[in-house]
Design a binder for this molecule. Sequence first.
Ligand code: FAD
Ligand code: NAD
Length: 509
Amino acid sequence: MLNVPPQAFPAPRSQQRVSAGGRAKVPLKPGRSLMDWIRLTKSGKDLTGLKGRLIEVTEDELAKHNKKEDCWICIRGFVYNVTPYMEYHPGGEDELMKAAGTDGTDLFDQVHRWVNYESMLKECLVGRMAVKPIAAPKGMVPEKKGLGASVKDLTPSYDWFQTDNSITVVIYTKQKDMNAELVIVDCQDKRLRGEIIVGDHSYLVEVDLDHAVQEDVAVNIAEKVGKIEIILKKKDNVHWKMLGQPLESHNTFIKRTDRGLFYRKCKLVSKTEVTHDTKLFRLMLPKSTHLHVPTGQHVYLKKNIAGTEVVKPYTPVLPFLPLDFKEPFSHDGAHIYLMIKIYSCGLFTQALDHLQIGDYISVSNPEGNFKKSQVQTLEDLFLLAAGTGFTPMVKLLNFALTEVSCLRTVKLIFFNKTEDDILWRNQLEQLALKDERFEVQFILSQPTKDWVGKQGKISSSLLSEFVKISRKDSKVLICICGPTPFTEQGVQYLKDLGYSQEEIHAFTA
Ligand code: FAD
Ligand code: NAD
């Protein structure tokens, strides 16, 4: 059992009390943290009121359970009695009540589709809907009404061929600007999964292969013609009659947000100190995985904690800040680097900190709404980061200094509590010396007496002092990331200072 003091948890500013992604989170009563919920689900208490029986639920029956003290919700065809969960819901009882007695799938997907409700609510499962639920289960081809011909025309297709020792799956995306970040391939235990991102849609090839293949998988991308080859090496020199058995979502082209998150197990290969409480975790992707996390996107880590699957987002960084921007930093493609602050009473980060070198952890496909095109034609880039809100800025900084030819200035305004909390301070200072386009300003909210630099928290006056465009008509972007109140206040101050919505990007979940 984890040693988490129930009274002190979650702490006043914890992720479980403070809003993420702009959603209001309510203060949870003491003893109502995620860890407390996990404890309750393990207590053997009858949480559904059905003594372990699973029933078929009609829509009429579901609708009857629409009160706080008797609340059932359907998610993807499964009905849960969420009454006992009410007080533990980080978004508050009212949010949960919005779906009371109805199909809450869409609402759930809008707010936190990455949360593993199957695991969190397994003891609350009442049963299945007797009739088809209103929302389509994930992975199904969506109705093409309205999109009709356009989606059909854009739908990629695939083919495959073989030689004596290889199998090549060819995907024709009909896109002219394919790149490695849009192709995610996994092949494990004879299961091949190739996901291609086309705008806000995802095309999937997913089959149970006819025969076994070797571990290493090669992916070739003909960027200009949008052709992707996945090359597998046969384990045995036999002729394949077919590629394999199609799995449920095989050959579907659906909205990305309707595709379930896919996880693969990655090995922890190193864990190095960045500051007194922050570590750089280097995770090795399986040989059979092709995955490049795009700039500004995050992944989800999933771990079983006390019998419940817990999922948290993290933004991959580079192993260090490159100082030479003549060449784009070459990503080895085999590793993911995560800079993670370990909180002394953090549920997930404590579990991460206890991982040993060689242990495995599940890592999802990337997500996020930042697009590189927002930066491509910029002249001034401002990065407002607080604490680990620095992580999305790392790749962004590197991308901007390397690939944005019209860029004149990049300014990082980095808010931390104390000097000891500043992440990669030396590297940032070196970069500022090396590249005259880059400038860094540290601002501390709890400095010691010796600190001669700027002090304070984000404010209108600090922003008007430091966010200054280099020319009157400069094309500017201001990116902001940190604790939710920091991000929300920052966005408001920037708007008050006259910056438009398009000139501001807030990183949230
Ligand atoms: P919780 O159990 O949720 O929190 C419990 C304890 O943690 C609290 O009692 C408190 O002591 C402490 N705590 C949590 N948050 C704060 C806070 N803001 N200020 C002070 N104390 C706090 N984190 C990273 O370290 N690196 C990343 O790259 C990263 N990327 C993220 C990307 C996104 C899109 C989002 C939304 C969040 C990201 N986070 C990142 C935060 C991360 O997802 C977790 O919320 C964080 O690791 C805390 O998890 P936990 O379960 O350990 O803490
Ligand atoms: P922290 O507690 O060390 O605080 C760092 C600085 O943030 C403080 O010095 C202060 O200037 C500012 N700050 C903190 N609380 C504030 C408040 N209530 N109002 C105004 N300013 C405030 O920060 P941390 O522990 O490193 O937390 C980093 C946060 O960034 C976490 O909440 C994490 O979830 C978030 N994060 C988000 C993403 C993303 O992409 N959305 C990525 C990484 C981290």
